[in-house]
Ligand binder design. Structure first.
Ligand SMILES: Nc1ncnc2c1ncn2[C@@H]1O[C@H](COP(=O)(O)OP(=O)(O)OP(=O)(O)O)[C@@H](O)[C@H]1O
Ligand SMILES: [Mg+2]
Length: 314
C-alpha cells in the first residue's frame, strides 16, 4: 500500500570488518500507517538508534530501502527532511541558547518562523513560555525534552521520529510528554518512538520488539498480551531471593522474573496454582501468596527474547 507513512523493506546495516563486524540492523521490514503511533522496544545495543538513522535518511543501509510518505531515503532525502521531525536520543539542543533562540534556530533551518507554527506547537510550548529567556542548559530534564519536541515540530512535519525521548526523565514529565504525543495524534501526525518503558509502549497502537538488530515481534499491545502462551502467576513469600531460585527450580517453570514486589513465573496453561503452593510449602517458604495475573508487555518481551535465544542456539 503506497499510502503508508513509513515502509522499510529488508533493511540491513553492518559496522566494522571481519571478525569484528556487527550487524546492527538485520533484515528489518516494517510498515507504519499514516497517523499511527508505533513503539519500538529493545534492550541496549539492540539497534534502535541505527534503525532510526536509517529511517530518517541520516545513514544509508547496506541493503534494503526506506520510503517515507512515498519518498525514497536514498534519492529523495531533501524532500524527506522537510516532512520528518527527528528527536535523537541525546539532546539536540544548543545548551547556551535560550529556549526562544533554540526554537528560532530550528525554525530558520527549515525556512519557517515560530509564528507560522505557533498554534501547532502551543500545547507543548505553553509549558516552556514562562522560561523562554532561560538557557536550554539550565532547564530541567523534562523541560529540555519538551523543548526538543517543539524544535522537532517547528516545521510542521508529517512523521515524527523520537529515539528514547523520555529516558532519564522524571515520571510526571514522562506522562506529560506522552499526553502531548497523544495531542499530535489528533493532528494526524505519524509517530515512531523508541522507549525502554513498557508502560509507555502500551500507549502505542502497535509495538515492535527489537533484539540483535531483528524485529522479533510486532503487534498491538492487546494482541501481544493475548497471544502470551503461558499461565502467569505472581508469587511472593517472606524470602524473595530464595523464592526466585526455588521457582526457577520448579519442574514446570518456563521462566521466572522479578516484577516489583512479586516474582512472575510462567507455567504451562492449565497448571494448578495449588501444586506450586504445596511445592513452596515443602521448600519451607512462609506467607506464600500466589495469584493468577494477566501477562504484561514486559512478560511478553521477556518470553519472545528467550524464545529467540533458544532458536539461535544460545
Ligand atoms: N557508528 C557505529 N560504529 C560501530 N558500531 C556501531 C555504530 N553505531 C552502532 N554500533 C553498534 O551497533 C549496535 C546497535 O547499536 P544502536 O546504537 O543502534 O543500539 P540501540 O538499541 O540504540 O542501543 P541503546 O539502547 O544503547 O541506545 C551496537 O552493538 C553498537 O555498538
Ligand atoms: Mg540508542
Amino acid at each position: 500500500m503506497a499510502s503508508s507513512a513509513v515502509i522499510a523493506s529488508h533493511l540491513s546495516k553492518r559496522f566494522g570488518h571481519g571478525a569484528h563486524q556487527i550487524t546492527a540492523v538485520d533484515d528489518i521490514s516494517l510498515r507504519v500507517e499514516k497517523g499511527e503511533m508505533f513503539g519500538i522496544i529493545g534492550p541496549d545495543g539492540a539497534g534502535k538508534t541505527t534503525l532510526f538513522r536509517l529511517l530518517t535518511s541520516l545513514m544509508l543501509p547496506d541493503e534494503g530501502q526506506v520510503r517515507i510518505e512515498g519518498f525514497n531515503t536514498l534519492k529523495q532525502y531533501k524532500e524527506i527532511r522537510r516532512i520528518i521531525g527527528y528527536m535523537p536520543g541525546r539532546f539536540s539542543l544548543y545548551q547556551d541558547l535560550s529556549v526562544e533562540e533554540n526554537l528560532n534556530f530550528f525554525a530558520t533551518l527549515f525556512g519557517t518562523h515560530i509564528r507560522a507554527n505557533y498554534d501547532f506547537i502551543y500545547p507543548i510550548y505553553r509549558y516552556l513560555e514562562p522560561f523562554k529567556k532561560r538557557k536550554a542548559g539550565n532547564l530541567s530534564g523534562g523541560m529540555k525534552q519538551k523543548l526538543a519536541l517543539c524544535c522537532a515540530l517547528i516545521h510542521n512535519p508529517k512523521v515524527l521520529f523520537l529515539d528514547e525521548p523520555t529516558t532519564g526523565v522524571d515520571p510526571v514529565s514522562r506522562k506529560e510528554f506522552w499526553e502531548m504525543l497523544g495531542l499530535l495524534q489528533q493532528k494526524d501526525i505519524t509517530v515512531v518512538a523508541s522507549t525502554p518503558y513498557m508502560s509507555e509502549a502500551m500507549r502505542c497502537h502497535r509495538i515492535g520488539f527489537i533484539q540483535n538488530g531483528k524485529i522479533i515481534g510486532c503487534n498491538t499491545p492487546q494482541n501481544i498480551r493475548e497471544a502470551f502462551p503461558w499461565l502467569v502467576l505472581s508469587v511472593r513469600s517472606t524470602e524473595m531471593f530464595r523464592l526466585l531460585q526455588d521457582l526457577r527450580a520448579y519442574p514446570d517453570c518456563r521462566a521466572c522474573h522479578s516484577f516489583g514486589a512479586y516474582q512472575h513465573i510462567y507455567l504451562p496453561k492449565g497448571s494448578d496454582p495449588e501444586d506450586l503452593h504445596r511445592y513452596l510449602t515443602r521448600k519451607r517458604h512462609n506467607d506464600i501468596r500466589i495469584k493468577e495475573t494477566d501477562a504484561t508487555i514486559e512478560d511478553c518481551f521477556m518470553d519472545l527474547m528467550a524464545k529467540k535465544g533458544e532458536s539461535d542456539g544460545h
